[in-house]
Design a protein around this ligand. Structure first.
Ligand code: BGC
Length: 803
């Protein structure tokens, strides 16, 4: 069943009913100011950091799920309604939500009045702008009362929802014309404030939430709205809001446009106040003036659309598979931008109050983003490397606002360092910019410790070499990619973090997955060394790669698949010897991608993977699921069977298997798996899958789950980047390389070829792949041996490959 449809020309997903199984959201903003917005207009806004600079309040565990984000009320006679259904909940005569790239449009109609609400964060602006067009489509005059409301968060989202003995005393606002300024804590150490404003004279306001709502009422029935009035309340402590009221008279056929603006401003210490405790509003005035007219707003929308068209034109395919084209050309790349911006920090599920930017997560997110805006990828690589410690280990996460490592989660996730090599090599292959390797980069952000980025990569690699266990395999530490396989944790205390408690530092537990990573990225590092004239180092690294490859073949191969790990007592995990958790997905992906055991082992591992882990939605993490808790395995066995790391389809690692299929040249296997969880391909199962059909989710419940097929935690998942890598570099086979663009498709029998346009190092490559007799590569009309299209200075290059 579907709740909407794709509009590919407009690059929009059109939701036709408000009662989607879960809020289906979109992300607005691309740099400083971000907003989340659901198909009923819920959500929240923040500046750079969802924990430390939360602008509007959101109640995660609320019922209804996302009421109270952006509230609009239209009062028409006896009826009160909201353009996006919530919060008024009045049944609409027409409802539609169109989520586009960086904007959302809500169209609602009631009793002859139509509302069209477009919400966006204009580029380079620290402000969400909401354009509300009201039209009288009836034959009688309409007198409407309109409210626009925002509820302020007291900046630190964790403190805001916990420290009430202080918080209920500190809320402060200022009012100037039709603008409410939120200035809690501005009197003391904060230099930032927010504002909510409308571009027309208001008839009244409220800034105290409880006065506006009234006792025993929620957002669906505020007292002020019921009485068509405002109480002109001035918040003093409690919960400050901005509720603006306007009256409109619309003749039949007439329409009027209002622009509501929610902004964020930082002032310097010197220019903080204009009088005692009165905020300096100069910047806010300038921002409001920049978005005061419909023409200004429309120009910003045009610029946003042009920006996205230009970004997406960097990689665009035309094939016989509409759904593949739709994912590749629009939605997968869009999600890659969102995961680049957010890492795992802010969604409806990643609440933005815990995790900041993940080290491994952000490194992987870059793989699907680097072709879009390489300059931002460069900056990110340096930010990430700057939280690394001198011994090559690293903080696991950092806060986007401060860019400092998060001490509460700490370090010790032994796969982390190797991902830095993965993303740096991907960046250089994309851009040819070897100078990044010379970039002075500190350890743990300490001034004076700067060394060239290359030294960070070197220490990353050495960290694995120097931390090996009894079988010569890399030690796992607190966990590797699978955060929940905690082999040194042994926790028996409820509530204790499985990742940070280490009751049993065995110094023995090993990861076959990290071994696969090391072989793959160790080879890439050696190749990089060769390129920059470090051939001795390259040779040394290859010796270590060979050692770990041999250890993997000896102790990591189980007979028909790769083992997962060795526990603290040197017992295998992910082996036929185990009763549960006999096989895991991760090493099948990475060891095959690394080429360990060649195509023969690869094919056998993939056959076992499909036979034991395959379901209708992809490949499950492990099989059989753990049915009871084991302290020596940690969090993985804490989940009920079929959920999360205990046997769901954890979508992030499915593309590794797709790429493994490509590694053994099995195009049918690769595409078959790709289709099983690519959102556009399962749109018609939305009532089972439940999350948005235009983006990947973290997990899809496995066969053993009570809700098999149900997805959770949409948007912020490494699936976005890896799926883009799998389809673009694996199936379509377009791989940026140091010396040129590799064209090496691995297509299913059902696809005869494709046409593709790829911007690479300033040249637009127009690629045509087709099946035929005279196999080979033709570049600008001339045959070229192999599958690398050499670099060129020409603006355009025509590439034809016959397979
Ligand atoms: C984390 C990833 C991790 C994955 C598997 C996600 O929640 O963000 O870093 O690899 O879970 O445990």
């Amino acid at each position: 069943m579907q709740y909407g449809y794709f509009d590919d020309d407009a690059k929009e997903y059109v939701i036709t009913r408000a009662d989607t199984p879960l809020p289906w959201i979109n992300y607005l903003g691309s740099d400083g100011f971000f907003s989340l917005i659901s198909n009923t207009c819920g959500g929240y806004s923040f500046y750079k950091d969802a924990k430390l600079r939360r602008i509007t309040r959101f109640r995660y565990n609320n019922v209804p799920h996302d009421e109270g984000g952006r509230c609009f009320y239209i009062c028409d006679g006896e009826t009160v309604w909201s353009p996006a259904f919530l919060p008024a909940k009045t049944a609409l005569d027409f409802y539609r939500c169109r989520h586009g790239l960086g904007y959302s449009v809500f169209e609602g109609k009631k009793n002859g009045v139509s509302a069209s609400l477009t919400v966006t964060v204009p580029m380079l602006t620290d402000m969400e702008v909401q354009k509300l067009v009201l039209k009288n489509e009836s034959s009688i005059e309409k007198k409407l009362t309109v409210y626009g409301v925002a509820e302020w968060c007291l900046w630190n989202a964790v403190d805001d929802s916990t420290n009430f003995q202080r918080n209920w005393n500190i809320g402060e606002v200022e009012i100037e014309g039709g603008t409410v300024y939120h200035k809690t804590e501005y009197r003391e150490r904060r230099n930032h404030y927010a504002f909510y404003s409308v571009n027309a004279p208001i008839d009244g306001f409220d800034t105290d939430r409880d006065t506006f709502l009234g006792r025993f009422r929620g957002w669906s029935e505020p007292q002020a709205v019921e009485q068509r009035t405002s109480f002109m309340s001035i918040a003093a402590g409690w919960a400050p809001i901005a509720a603006l009221r306007l009256s409109l008279t619309l003749a039949p056929g007439e329409s009027k446009t209002l622009l509501f603006r929610l902004g964020y401003v930082e002032n310097t210490q010197e220019k903080k106040f204009t009088a005692l405790n009165v905020i300096n509003k100069e910047k806010a005035h300038a921002m409001l003036a920049a978005f005061d007219t419909e023409a200004q707003f429309d120009a910003a929308m045009d610029a946003l659309k042009a920006y996205w068209s230009s970004l997406l034109s960097r990689f665009a395919v035309q094939s016989s598979e509409d759904k593949l084209d739709r994912m590749v050309n629009i939605w997968n790349q869009y999600q890659c931008m969102v995961t680049f911006n957010m890492s795992r920090s802010a969604s409806y599920y990643e609440s933005g109050t815990g995790r900041g930017m993940g080290f491994r997560d952000s490194c992987q997110d870059l793989l699907g983003f680097v072709h879009l805006i390489p300059e931002r990828a460069r900056e990110r690589i340096i930010d990430i490397a700057s939280i690394q410690f001198a011994d090559g280990s690293t903080y696991h996460q950092y806060q986007p606002l401060t860019k400092r490592g998060n001490a509460d989660i700490g370090s010790g996730f032994n796969d982390d360092p190797l991902w830095l090599i993965a993303c740096t090599c991907a960046y250089i292959r994309e851009t040819g910019d070897f100078s990044i390797l010379d970039e002075p980069t500190p350890f743990n952000n300490e001034t004076g410790t700067e060394v060239p980025l290359m030294e960070h990569l070197r220490r990353s690699l050495r960290y694995t070499v120097e931390h090996r266990g009894p079988h010569g395999l890399p030690l796992i530490g607190r966990a590797d990619w699978n955060d929940c396989l905690n082999l040194n944790c042994f926790s028996l205390t409820p509530g204790e973090s499985f990742q940070t408690c280490s009751n049993f530092e065995s110094g023995k537990a090993e990861s076959v997955f990290i071994a696969g990573m090391f072989v793959k990225y160790g080879k890439e590092y050696a190749a990089l060394c060769d390129r920059i004239g470090l051939s001795e180092e390259a040779a040394d690294v290859r010796v270590s790669v060979e050692e770990i490859e041999q250890a993997t073949l000896r102790f990591g191969w189980d007979g028909e698949w790769f083992r997962r790990a060795y526990d603290a007592f040197e017992r295998p995990i992910g082996s036929r010897e185990n009763d549960e958790g006999k096989i895991f997905i991760e090493p099948q992906g990475f060891c095959v991608m690394a080429g360990i055991g060649g195509p023969e082992y690869g094919k056998r591992a993939l056959a076992s993977t499909e036979a034991l882990l395959g379901n209708e939605f992809g490949i499950e993490v492990l099989h059989p699921c753990y049915t009871e808790y084991h302290d020596y395995l940690g969090e993985i066995s804490s989940y009920p069977p079929g959920y999360k790391e205990n046997g769901s389809v954890f979508c992030h690692n499915n593309p590794w298997i797709t790429l493994a299929y490509c590694m053994v040249k099995d195009g049918n296997g690769a595409f078959d798996l790709y289709k099983r969880n690519a959102p556009a391909y399962i749109e018609d199962k939305s009532e089972i899958h439940r999350t948005e059909p235009y983006c990947y989710s973290q997990t899809i419940a496995g066969r053993d789950a009570k809700t098999y097929g149900e997805a959770k935690n949409a948007w912020l998942t490494g699936t976005a980047a890896w799926s883009f890598v799998a389809v673009s570099q694996g199936i379509l086979g377009i791989r940026p390389d140091y010396d040129g663009l590799i064209v090496d498709p691995c297509l299913p029998d059902t696809m005869d070829g494709y046409r593709l346009s790829r911007l690479f190092r300033g040249t637009r490559y127009d690629v045509t792949v087709r099946r035929g007799e005279n196999k080979g590569l033709i570049v600008n009309g001339k045959p070229v041996p192999g599958n690398i299209v050499p670099l060129t200075d020409a603006p355009v290059c025509a590439v034809a490959l016959t397979i």
